[in-house]
Design a protein around this ligand. Structure first.
Ligand code: AMP
Length: 214
């Protein structure tokens, strides 16, 4: 089963993708995570991506499309995948359709997580992640039970994304409105779009997604 999760930065795509990954044994494919891995590896692509990401812009379509096309061919995608953060432009959505058709694959569900964009700045700027197990937290909305200790693994080191600062977040939200929001209409016009209320409690959003999938 192959899914696309749509929604602005902070909508909860990554959080929900991780939960669906566990529930359905399908794999989360986050183009943002792939680019962050490139940055960490110190590759040439990573150096270019770092600048773009820190400015809150979008990486070039051809780079992203090639990255996803290669990734979908890996063995761990055989049960299916959840696209998180891709497609992000209409050309990416068109290229995805063509790429999947060529591979004899298709998308089963396209789900937009609907949120109030104004609420996203506060959601994103307080995010942090356990460096050891990747569990996600928020300063105000989901703090660790014991200050400085991960609820899941007991880890005591945490990381914050470099692009989760207020200025970059505003640019990321503008990039979403200008370049990504049009793909909602792209999928709606094809009769393929479903929506969930992303302002609801995290568990309620997961339940709504499972209802669509099941
Ligand atoms: P994310 O982790 O999805 O919030 O992505 C972080 C950053 O990576 C974005 O702000 C973009 O700069 C870049 N990025 C991730 N996915 C894409 C994509 N599909 N197309 C272009 N840029 C992307």
């Amino acid at each position: 089963m192959n899914l696309i999760l749509l929604g602005p930065p902070g909508a909860g795509k990554g959080t929900q993708a991780k939960r669906l990954e566990d529930a359905y044994k399908i794999i989360q494919l986050s183009t943002g995570d792939m680019l962050r891995a490139e940055v960490s590896s110190g590759s040439e692509l990573g150096a270019k991506a770092k600048e773009i990401m820190e400015a809150g812009g979008l990486a070039p379509d051809d780079v992203i499309i090639a990255m996803i096309s290669g990734r979908i061919d890996h063995d761990d995608c055989v049960n299916g995948f959840i696209l998180d953060g891709f497609p992000r432009t209409v050309p990416q959505a068109e290229a995805l359709a063509e790429m999947l058709a060529n591979k004899g694959m298709s998308i089963d569900h396209v789900v937009a997580i609907e949120v109030d964009p104004e609420a996203m700045v506060a959601r994103i700027t307080g995010r942090f992640t356990c460096s050891e197990c990747g569990a996600g937290y928020h300063d105000d909305f989901q703090p660790t039970k014991v200050d400085g200790v991960c609820d899941t693994c007991g880890g005591t080191t945490f990381t914050r994304r470099a692009d989760d600062n207020a200025e970059t977040v505003r640019n990321r939200l503008s990039a979403y409105e200008e370049q990504t929001a049009p793909i909602i209409a792209f999928y709606r016009d094809k009769g393929a779009l479903k929506t969930v209320d992303g302002m609801a409690d995290i568990d309620v959003v997961t339940a709504s997604l499972k209802e669509i999938i099941d």
